[in-house]
Design a protein around this ligand. Structure first.
Ligand SMILES: *Cc1c(COP(=O)(O)O)cnc(C)c1O
Length: 411
């Protein structure tokens, strides 16, 4: 891969800090799996060609940010347009939670209904570029369903490892897109280990974000896009739910690059939200310590991660923008599922609305002030987990088929 045509200038190891040439695909040769790489670009060259005027004429999907992706600009891409999801003003949420302004970015509007499409689209494009014939990942559900969808778009075989508790709608997506699905009798963390070992044994292209730096670059488009869409209206805070930590690391990086390029006047602070039953990253952040894996218990399956693989990148990103963490109980997540749907019109899955619950919690704690504004990333559609939605909302009213009888039910 010495004849790169992208603008990648090097790959920095987040553990030892070594700067490697952009020829590596996965981790730092000196640090192994701990040595997750971060992609650096020639930002002067990016600034020269990714101007606002140039962007104005490009299609509204993630590949409009070609200069800031580790891909050959002429390479093949999945055909389903990913990204350019709407940002919705939510004044009633702002009023309910006591903030000046709340905006919601509805990532459920992506082709397979989650933020993960951003990473999978880049992962599949990258796999094709390096000549891979098979791609694999381990996932709590959404990375899997998005990889299955994006791989189906280009006809690339996909092998996917999911934990026993992945919700059925996500399994249905996987199967309908034709991926080979291994449901592992174990947790997500165990499924991840098995996938890692299988990629090494069979030579599959590895889509796991924590070993493959190109994937976080895909997630970065969430930050690039929010910055381009909001410009000078960028709020004080951007709120993101956190499992492995790749999403938040990517979003911070995207915001940072757009700030450096002059698209936003200030760098927002980023609030990471974990479930109280799965908060190893928040704990490591406040302890100023290395990550300690923990057993997990939360209904927010997409962030039920006890051993986040990308913890260094996530913590570094959060500290770089004066960010912080809060955690939320499952009850607060179910409450936010209702509130976000009813006051903003956005139906998010538990891990998606965990960010909304976290913003409410941060207001209660005084971490976010009443005169501040926030953008909440709702990372996945509520249709991904209808069981939780029905727990949150309750059943409909059963009535006889009789108009007079309806009188007794109409308030
Ligand atoms: C994966 C996921 C997250 C968290 O992303 P990480 O990179 O694991 O931190 C949040 N919400 C949803 C819906 C997800 O699928």
């Amino acid at each position: 891969m010495s004849d790169r045509t992208d603008l990648v200038s090097g790959l920095e190891c987040v553990k030892c800090g070594a700067l490697h040439p952009p020829t590596l695909e996965y981790t730092c040769p000196d640090c192994g799996l701990d040595g997750i790489l971060d992609v650096h670009y020639d930002l002067d060259a990016v600034a020269a060609s990714m101007t606002p005027a140039a962007l104005a004429s490009r299609p509204h999907h993630i590949f409009r940010y070609a200069e800031l992706l580790p891909l050959d600009p002429a390479g093949r891409r999945p055909p389903q347009p990913v990204g350019w999801t709407p940002i919705i003003d939510a004044p009633r949420l702002a009023q309910a939670w006591g903030l000046r302004r709340v905006l919601v970015k509805d990532e459920g509007r992506n082709p397979t209904a989650s933020f993960k499409d951003r990473a999978s689209a880049v992962g599949v494009a990258r796999a094709l570029q390096v000549g891979a014939t098979t791609i694999a990942c381990a996932s709590t559900g959404n990375a899997a369903s998005s990889l299955a969808g994006m791989a189906a778009g280009v006809g690339l075989p996909a092998y996917i490892f999911v934990p026993a508790r992945a919700p059925e709608p996500k399994i249905a997506q996987l199967r309908i897109f034709g991926a080979t699905v291994f449901r592992v009798d174990g947790t997500y963390d165990e499924a991840w280990e098995l996938c890692q070992a299988a990629c090494e044994r069979y030579g599959w292209y590895n889509r796991n974000c924590a070993v493959n730096p190109s994937l976080v670059e895909g997630k970065k488009t969430g930050g690039l896009e929010a910055a381009e869409q909001l410009g000078a209206d960028m709020p004080d805070w951007v709120v993101v739910s956190v499992g492995d930590g790749c999403t938040i690391a990517g979003v911070v990086k995207g915001l940072r690059e757009m700030h450096t390029l002059g698209f936003i006047p200030h760098m927002p602070r980023v609030l990471g939200v974990q479930a109280s039953g799965a908060r190893p990253l928040a704990d490591a952040f406040f302890a100023h310590a290395d990550l300690v894996p923990v057993p997990v218990d939360t209904l927010a399956d997409s962030i039920a991660v006890g051993h986040p693989r990308n913890w260094r990148k996530a913590l570094k990103a959060l500290r770089s923008c004066e960010g912080t963490f809060v955690d939320v109980e499952d009850d607060a997540i179910l409450d936010a599922m209702r509130t976000t749907a009813r006051l903003a019109g956005v139906f998010g899955e538990p891990a998606g609305v965990a960010a909304a619950a976290g913003l409410a919690r941060a207001r209660e704690l005084g971490v976010v002030a009443a005169d501040e504004s926030a953008l909440v990333m709702v990372t996945g559609s509520g249709l991904k987990d209808v069981k939780s939605a029905l727990v949150a909302a309750g059943p409909p009213i059963d009535v006889p088929n009789d108009l007079d009888a309806l009188d007794g039910f109409v308030k």
